[in-house]
Write a protein that binds this ligand. Structure first.
Ligand code: NAP
Length: 322
């Protein structure tokens, strides 16, 4: 690829629903957009079996929604690059340089839609048994656990939704949560409570994952009584939240205590001019496909206007200089 094709108006980092929406809107705004995604378009859609809360689809497979979104983005002219991004450097004139293993790309505006990675429990055995009974993705690994007893850890939407999904394969799923109240949406919790294969262990934390060549049991502690016990399972699925991918930009970007980018609500711009954020990297109340798509729409329209003003500013500065 020659140097000319490395200059864009808007660079999008991450190909989940937010990134693909940004690519679609950038294309429709006639901006030259490039989207970087290392694992193939879709982001967390690829880890989600069935989506029932995306308006317009009564239900759709995550993988199918990803495919349609990617096709739509490409149809309107976005370039999808299958690559990691190592970092983003901001030059003195505001140009953003996107460093990839295949060289550098440049754009005045960047929209970070890089999502995040599952949070770990950080307990003994978790790393040792990763891939041998410890998993963070039910859609990816659930089918390996047919007719066995599984544990799911967490009390948010992901834990409850994935516990329900895992009952397709497992003979029994025990949802272990550290308190009585759940963060999960009531509709999901209700469905889990009605599922005869799911039971609940509340006020309980997992202190260690133990086994031989694979997971055999969990060391548990009741946080109210302090009682310790051993719990036999053949697999443990951990859904205890998310760590945002916000370390790419070399300049300081304002963020909240958990590391999520703080953004202007009108424009989704971060504290760095020309760097916008959408979806799960952004500090906000909830993280849904619908909110990611909404954030990205706002961010892209705002980024397009920002690029126009940035170019005008540069031309005026040049004209004044001669
Ligand atoms: P989350 O909502 O942050 O929930 C994380 C859960 O893990 C909480 O219940 C938390 O307990 C528990 N937890 C955190 N650290 C723990 C630890 N060290 N030990 C034990 N438990 C721990 O995360 P999420 O479920 O991954 O969801 C992330 C976002 O995606 C949310 O905004 C969610 O709404 C969204 N999402 C939506 C859907 C859907 O709409 N269908 C599906 C999946 C995810 P506490 O409650 O005690 O803090």
């Amino acid at each position: 690829m020659d140097a000319e094709h490395r200059d864009y108006d808007i660079a999008i980092i991450g190909g989940g629903p937010a990134g693909l929406t940004a690519a679609l809107y950038a294309g429709r705004n006639m901006d030259r957009a490039v989207l970087f995604e290392a694992k193939g378009p879709g982001g967390q859609l690829l880890n989600t079996e069935l989506i029932e809360d995306y308006p317009g689809f009564k239900s759709i497979l995550g993988i199918d929604l990803a495919e349609v979104m990617a096709e739509q983005a490409v149809r309107f002219g976005a370039t999808l690059v299958s690559s990691e991004v190592n970092g983003i450097r901001v030059e003195a004139d505001g140009t953003k340089c996107i460093d990839t293993p295949n060289g550098e790309y440049r754009a005045p505006a960047v929209i970070v839609t890089a999502g995040g990675n599952p949070r770990k429990l950080g307990i003994p055995g978790e790393e040792e048994y990763a891939g041998r009974g410890v998993s963070y993705c039910a859609v990816c690994d659930g089918a390996f656990f047919r007719d066995v007893h599984l544990a799911v850890v967490g009390g948010g939407d992901a834990a409850v939704e994935e516990a329900i999904f895992l009952t397709r394969y497992a003979s029994r799923v025990t949802l272990i949560h550290r308190r009585q109240e759940f963060r999960s949406q009531p509709i999901l919790l209700d469905e889990a409570r009605k599922n005869p294969k799911i039971d609940f262990l509340l006020d309980t934390v997992v202190e260690a994952i133990e086994g031989d060549d694979k997971v055999r049991n969990l060391a548990l502690r009741n946080v109210v009584t302090g009682a310790r016990s051993t719990f036999d399972v053949e697999g443990i699925f951990i859904f205890v939240g998310f760590i945002p991918n916000t370390r790419l930009v070399d300049s300081h970007v304002d963020h909240d205590k958990a590391g999520y980018y703080l953004t202007d609500p009108m424009t989704m711009m971060t504290s760095v001019p020309g760097i916008f954020a959408a979806g799960d990297v952004r500090s906000q109340l909830t993280r849904q496909i619908t909110t990611a798509v909404g954030d990205a729409t706002t961010a892209t329209i705002a980024a397009s206007k920002w690029v126009e003003e940035w170019r005008r500013g540069r031309e005026e500065a040049r004209a004044e200089a001669v």
